[in-house]
Design a protein around this ligand. Structure first.
Ligand code: 4AD
Ligand code: MG
Length: 432
């Protein structure tokens, strides 16, 4: 090949010039003396026109035989064409079929979810998955950029932990030499220690829950981004969550519009994600649910998925619900004075996507926190280091955790979180 190798995503920089492309055959149609090859290289898709007279007979025939996912090198001229997706097409002058494939398991026809999940290593190549996972990438970049711009320090928490953060019933136990360890449910407790050292921090990594739920919102391994801020109140982190979500949606709209279009996402729904987000207390939410005929909600219970859907469908942006009963929330949440409610928030996404964020102001009083640890019958020894944070310069502090896959599924407008992570882990599936 004499022309330089370029990526499809940057074709606009090479209009009118000869280039070489490397990729895979996504689709092909042939009409007599012409093959129309849709080539993908990971950065994008482009139509390549192979005209019999412009290439060797051997190459024309090899392209004719090449099936879906054959690997190819194509050389040709980049021609602007307003009708072509992406605005360009390639008039091919030569190339090579690196491997000719026949019988790729995933075709353009409809496949069931179970089959596709078992073929996840190949399913990643399909256009919808490509679009969706590029949106995931942009969400991650937007989030990291947001925290960086706001002077947060990234301080990651460990995956192996000796104790629980979010209740003992959903821990994955693993062998740790001659001891037991748990895969982390949340990096929060360590982020609190980091916040006392660095002020404004976030951790971002995989978290694990042995939840026996097979809903479209649950993974056993999911990514969580958790900011933690020294001296912040619940009110402060409500604002932080709002700014973070508005920024993230705007960035995805700016950088991933073609991918959103592949997914046929309604962009007006995303454009509506502006401040302020509606806020209500648990009591106010309960009053709405009481007046909703088909709600089965009982006062005092946690909000279920159906309740969250009822509340979210009343608004075009995320809803922030605060002050749940302490009894349904985690041990570390700070109590409202003389009340059975805690200073916490759940942010419920729009369009019925469910809880995107859980957060709170943290209990900063040593005695009250110790009391809650005992009440929950948690092993006190394992929390001594955490209690140290209340012994040495305790200050008010708050934070939250954003579920990455739920956020990606919401922004991309896909039904199920299992598509919003490259290799999903669910109750019934660990392969491939
Ligand atoms: O509400 P959660 O359990 O909060 C915490 O873990 C806190 N320690 C976070 C903190 O304050 N630093 O989880 C936070 C978010 C949920 O709102 C949800 O988006 C996501 O994590 N999440 C899940 N996502 C996918 N699959 C699951 N099984 C999830 N469980 C929680
Ligand atoms: Mg929660």
């Amino acid at each position: 090949m004499s022309a330089p190798f370029v990526s499809i995503g940057r074709l606009s920089e090479h209009a009118g010039r000869s280039v070489s492309l490397r990729g895979w055959l996504n689709n092909k149609s042939s009409k007599g003396k012409l093959h129309f090859v849709q080539l993908r290289d990971g950065s994008g898709y482009v139509q390549c026109v192979v005209f019999q007279k412009s290439v060797t007979p051997e190459f024309f025939e090899a392209v004719g035989r090449a099936g879906q996912e054959s690997s190819l090198v194509l050389e040709g001229e980049v021609v602007a064409d307003a009708r072509a997706p992406g605005g360009f097409e390639i008039q091919v002058k030569g190339g090579a079929v690196l491997q000719s494939v026949d019988g790729f398991p995933i075709g353009p026809k409809e496949h069931g979810p179970d089959f596709l999940l078992s073929q996840r290593h190949l399913w990643l190549r399909s256009k919808r998955q490509w679009a969706l996972l590029r949106i995931r990438d942009a969400v991650i970049t937007a989030l990291r950029g947001f925290f960086d711009e706001h002077d947060f320090v990234c301080m990651d928490s460990p995956m192996f932990t000796p104790s629980a953060c979010e209740g003992t019933s959903t821990l994955f136990e693993v062998g740790y030499f001659d001891r037991k360890a748990y895969l982390t449910q949340s990096g929060q407790l360590y982020a609190e220690a980091s916040a006392m050292a660095f002020g404004k921090v976030y951790c971002f990594g995989p978290t694990f829950r042995a939840e026996k739920s097979k809903t479209r919102r649950h993974l056993t391994e999911f990514w969580m981004l958790e900011p933690e801020v020294a001296f912040a109140t619940l009110e402060d982190v409500l604002e932080l969550a709002e700014d973070m979500l508005v920024h993230t949606v705007a960035e995805v709209l700016r950088r991933r519009k073609p991918e959103l279009e592949v997914l046929e996402r309604d962009l007006t729904k995303l454009a509506a994600i502006q401040k302020p987000f509606p806020r209500m207390t648990y009591d106010q939410a309960a009053a709405i649910l009481k007046d909703t005929p088909d709600s089965t909600f009982r006062y005092g219970d946690d909000l279920g998925a159906a309740d969250e859907t009822i509340l979210s469908l009343r608004h075009d942006r995320p809803v922030m619900i605060t002050h749940y009963p302490a009894a349904v929330k985690a041990f570390y949440m700070k109590r409202e004075p003389a009340s059975d409610k805690v200073k916490c928030v759940d942010v419920i996404g729009p369009e019925g996507v469910g809880e995107l964020i859980g957060g709170s102001q943290r209990e900063d009083d040593l005695e009250l926190l110790l009391h809650r640890i005992r009440e929950e019958k948690l092993p006190e020894e394992a929390y001594q280091w955490y209690l140290d944070l209340r012994r040495y310069g305790s200050v008010p502090h708050s934070g939250f955790g954003l579920g990455l896959e739920r956020t990606v599924a919401w922004i991309a407008g896909v039904e199920h979180v299992r598509e919003a992570i490259p290799f999903p882990r669910t109750m019934y599936r660990m392969e491939p």
